[in-house]
Ligand binder design. Structure first.
Ligand code: FES
Length: 129
């Protein structure tokens, strides 16, 4: 059985309104989407954390401790990890996958800058009825 892929695009806000290091929320696709500017790269994540619905736009984007041997601390993935402000779950900001279990995901949307505007895209697969 084949499926159809639909694409929806939303012009979210001007890039000038979201300086590097800041985040905001926009209404798009019938929900609230958290939008982040990380050193000029933009990311969009569904605002509700998959754990208990914490507001991800209040989350911090940083790095995390990488797997290492006992008594060894390695830090990495700077600018790629979104930490939920409520209980500290960590997500890859690009894929939405939780670092502790990749099967747990925050919803993510494609985000890009076009002509100075941040544009969000949602792709959905649908089976024909
Ligand atoms: S609500 Fe996000 S970690 Fe609990």
């Amino acid at each position: 059985m084949s499926s159809h892929v639909t694409t929806e695009r939303v012009v979210a806000l001007p890039l000038a309104d979201l300086p590097p290091g800041t985040s905001t929320t926009v209404k798009a696709f019938g929900t609230t989407v958290a939008v982040f500017n990380v050193e000029g790269r933009v990311f969009a994540v569904g605002n509700n954390c998959p754990h208990h619905g914490g507001p991800l736009w209040h989350g911090r984007i940083s790095g995390t401790c990488l797997p290492s041997r006992p008594h060894e601390y390695r830090y990495g993935r700077e600018g790629r990890v979104l930490t939920c402000p409520w209980h500290g779950w960590e997500f890859d900001v690009e894929s939405g996958r939780a670092l502790f279990d990749p099967s747990v995901r925050a919803k993510v949307y494609e985000a890009r800058v076009e002509h100075g505007q941040i544009v969000l895209t949602r792709r959905r697969s649908r089976r024909p009825s």
